[in-house]
Design a binder for this molecule. Structure first.
Ligand SMILES: *Cc1c(COP(=O)(O)O)cnc(C)c1O
Ligand SMILES: [Zn+2]
Length: 471
């Protein structure tokens, strides 16, 4: 153990600060319950075609350590100067315990800050809350969490199984491809190739620049995300590729770190917690729910949080399911929450199961109009935050939930801002220039508009324009 003051660590925990636990992680089908070895790339059950999750068959052994001691272990571990433990693998035992530390790929992901909402913004929303800014990940979205676990797993597979030829592939609304291309480009290029499939014209220029910059093969096809997803699913079924969408449960593993961090940032006091999550393909909300469940099972937290999901009325299959009890895939309409513009979320069966078995009435859902989403983002960014349209969606969703009495002031609220403001600045441009195509159904308010002012390069002219008073 280097660079660390050992004296503060209780004697009984000293040998646990550096994780040496390796569980027995297998794929487990959420339908038929059969288990399969993770010595192969699998995305659906070979027997019944349902989704897979990763399960540590030794999980019960972790209960030998008390919840309070786990809290201490995770807290002391933050003091270590060991690279592999600086990101999401801080929680290695409950995150993905079979990856050896030397195979972990760490590019600076995770441990994003929670930022107290500006007081005036709290008034607008109707209650205090915190924004967890996941735009501060390396490729500027939470997808880096899942990609860090997926690419560490691929890296470990390449080494332990001596793989010679790996093609990582994903469909994307923009951010998955940015993260996949970034993390894959860190691996040995003679072994690993990277391909991303994007719906042409349905990702922002900034998002498109990311996989191009990382050297991935970028394939654009007509249609929306759901069309791209179908194609990569077919490719994954019939060809030797490694699917990097959140259908791959190794992605979900890393994304659970969001929940672990929220708990740790609140000193593990999560009674009356509400977590607000925008939902697209439903991988993120699945991971958040699974993550809190892990903590609850190990008595690291004493209660599960309320999960408040938010969707646009232009892509709202989860909201509609929650309202009507019936799940129907839908055809999406253009949405400024473009990263969540998905009509048939791949992880929906996982959500349904987690809600039925654990979260029940603690899984809430609201829908928003496109204008609400834009105003949520603009209002937040005018008050010292840097949220994207999906972060704005979360904030506007909280406002709506407060107004409807679904969330109240005595609760603690963490809002997920899933990516960085700059990734979606083209929507801000369209708003400020009044160039939104009609199908978005965004109406603008004058007080939000902002434009550069062209003036002569003269201090007098500028002073006059600003009506400055002479000294
Ligand atoms: C992917 C993404 C979402 C949606 O997450 P899902 O896991 O697909 O539900 C929301 N916001 C941003 C910025 C994203 O990149
Ligand atoms: Zn099965």
């Amino acid at each position: 153990m280097k660079d660390m003051n050992l004296e503060n660590i209780p004697e009984n925990l000293k040998d646990k600060i550096i994780p040496d636990y390796s569980g027995d992680v297998v794929y487990e089908c959420i339908g038929c319950g059969k288990e399969f070895s993770i010595d192969q790339f699998l995305y659906t059950c070979p027997e019944c075609n349902c989704l897979l999750r990763l399960n540590d068959r030794n999980f019960a052994a972790l209960k030998m350590i008390s919840g309070r001691d786990w809290q201490r272990i995770f807290s002391f571990r933050r003091m270590l100067n060991i690279e592999a433990l600086k990101g999401i693998f801080l929680y290695k035992e409950i995150l993905f315990s079979t990856i050896p530390l030397e195979d972990v790929i760490y590019l600076g992901e995770g441990h994003t800050p929670i930022v107290r909402a500006n007081p005036d913004l709290q008034k607008i929303v109707g209650m205090p809350f915190w924004v967890k800014n996941d735009g501060l990940n390396p490729s500027a979205s939470f997808k880096d969490r899942g990609m860090a676990s997926a690419i560490s797993y691929i890296n470990h597979s390449i080494k332990s199984r001596d793989l010679k030829d790996v093609l990582g592939i994903c469909a994307s609304t923009g951010d998955t491809s940015a993260a996949a291309a970034l993390y894959l480009s860190y691996l040995d290029k003679s072994v690993v190739k990277s391909v991303v499939l994007l719906p042409k014209g349905k990702v922002t220029p900034q998002q498109l620049s990311q996989p191009l910059g990382s050297g991935a093969t970028v394939i654009e096809i007509p249609g929306v995300f759901d069309d791209c997803m179908k194609i990569v699913e077919e490719l994954a079924e019939n060809y030797q590729v490694c699917l990097l969408n959140s259908k791959n449960p190794v992605r979900i593993m890393g994304q659970k770190s969001y929940a672990y961090e929220v708990a740790q940032q609140l000193d593990f006091q999560v009674k009356d917690l509400v977590v607000v999550v925008p939902v697209g393909n439903a991988g993120n909300v699945t991971a958040v729910m699974e993550g809190f469940l892990d903590l609850y099972r190990l008595e690291i937290i004493s209660a599960l949080p309320v999960i408040l999901t938010v969707q646009s009325s232009h892509a709202n299959p989860v909201y509609t399911w929650r309202e009507t009890g019936t799940y129907t895939p839908m055809k999406v309409k253009p949405s400024v929450a473009q990263a969540a513009m998905i009509g048939d979320p791949v992880s929906f069966p996982k959500v349904k199961k987690l809600v039925a078995e654990h979260y029940r009435e603690m899984f809430l859902s609201v829908e928003l109009e496109e204008t609400d989403i834009m105003e949520g983002m603009l209002e937040a960014n005018r008050h010292g935050h840097v949220v994207c349209t999906q972060g704005g969606e979360s904030i506007a969703g909280l406002k709506k939930a407060v107004a409807r009495g679904l969330v109240s002031r005595n609760q603690t609220v963490i809002v997920d801002s899933t990516s960085h403001q700059l990734k979606f600045s083209n929507f801000q441009d369209m708003y400020f220039n009044s160039t939104f195509p009609g199908e978005y159904q965004v109406t603008t308010k004058k007080n939000f508009l902002n434009q550069p002012v062209g003036l002569a390069a003269s201090s007098e002219d500028i002073a006059e324009y600003l009506k400055l008073k002479k000294k």
